[in-house]
Design a protein around this ligand. Sequence first.
Ligand code: AHR
Length: 517
Amino acid sequence: MDTKLSRRTFAKSLAGAPLLLSGQQATPRARVKIDTERVIGDIDSLLWGNFIEHLGRCIDGGIFEEGSPLSDSNGYRRDVLEAVRKLNVTLLRWPGGNFSSNYHWTDGIGPRDKRPPRLEMAWGTVESNRFGTHEFLNYAEMLGTQPYICANLGTGTWTEAQQQVEYCNSSEDTAMTRLRKQNGREAPWKVTYWGLGNEMDGPWQMGHRSAEDYGKFALEAAKLMKWTDPKVKLIAAGSSNFGPGSDWTSWNRTVLEFLRQHADYLSIHMYVGNRNNDFGDFMASSVELDHRIKTTEGIIDAALSGQPGNRRIYIAWDEWNVWYRARGAQERGRRILEEHYNLEDALVVATFLNSFVNHAHIVKIANMAQLVNVIAPIFSNDKGLFLQTIYYPLQLFANNTKGKALELFVESPKYKCARFDDVPYLDASAGYDNGSLVVNVVNRHPDQAIETEFETEDKQFSGPVAVSEVNGPDIKAENDFGKTTVKTVERSVTPDGRKLRYRFPPHSYTMLKAKLA
Ligand code: AHR
């Protein structure tokens, strides 16, 4: 990054923040208090979910490449599988996305060579159907991840959705289960998570409906799906359309009026980008995310208020990421939505993950969109792959942040940006699990370190603190084939009883791992 330029640009948006004037030397300071009894909620392992769609090179040419020397005999790319494993993907959503709204799942079963190629209208290609239900569910099984199937509630029927559950989950002897066995799978997969359609509020969606029409339609599908397998958990399509003038809260209110006794989760989507090249504002994107979570929680509470029983509905943030460069109407065909991520994108990803942990009581599912090539942490070609900048924070969170989410007291210098007045430079979350503490911290400052004092309220630090830092030479630094500029660097620091001092470098994400006694 050109430091002078960034200071100037940044100073413009910093009215009222004297700490940050250009040329100013003093190191900003912050304080964080940790109390293991101040619990927000249980961190659901399903926060580390991901998503594969029949879109561009995500599945075909991403996780699945028949005939490649890098693939196994079933067509799964071994190198991609290995990189996915290291991400600890706990929940994998499929087959879309927009694709799911015209996907007829019976096209994707049976002998691969006999499956019908179909015109694919969400992304403007031809779908070969060579990767279908068996390929997806077997992949999830190989990974040890929970599958999440998004049913077609666009052009699909109630019966199709019901029979999809029966095909995957039933142990009865029926035409559907005989078909499954004939296609090589004896035991049911027992898929727990099912989406009631995708982004049905969007006019871009095939089979888009009004909130009332969707609510009525999804309710009948939900009844049939739950009567087929009472153990399924259903995810209702909530808001995705946050454009100017869209009334996203009213969609959620109406949909929950119909589905409050049947939906287990309400799905929300959010993509962000740095369109104006305004680092400070881009880094504050999770403030908007926090706001949407709080608003949605209120809508859910209102929908359940006075209802019989003790039903809970949680938020499934089942599509989220940075996505703004590779999009647009011209984006149709095979190499699409192939974002090349930089350090600032990775930091925004870390702040989103902080936000999910900080709302662990209500956000119980989150799926980064998507896993490979298409707005993805893993980027492959026919010779290999590289790990994008956003891979590293996701990997650290997914492998380490568990247990109870703690409500931290954070006193941090703040800044003003285009959208918000008081954005803390330090953004943090914490997980506490049986004596193990993980604190995730993003320093949103572009060019100043933040000297931070941690203090534990009810316990002492015990032994050294492991530090994992994701950073790079400047905020626009990227990785590529053969070039890993942004990555995780590890070290350790020594605390002092109940205190720990740590200096978070500019534009960094840091995970601190400590034992408390
Ligand atoms: O993830 C890319 C697309 O974004 C998905 O297909 C759709 O659900 C969303 O609009």
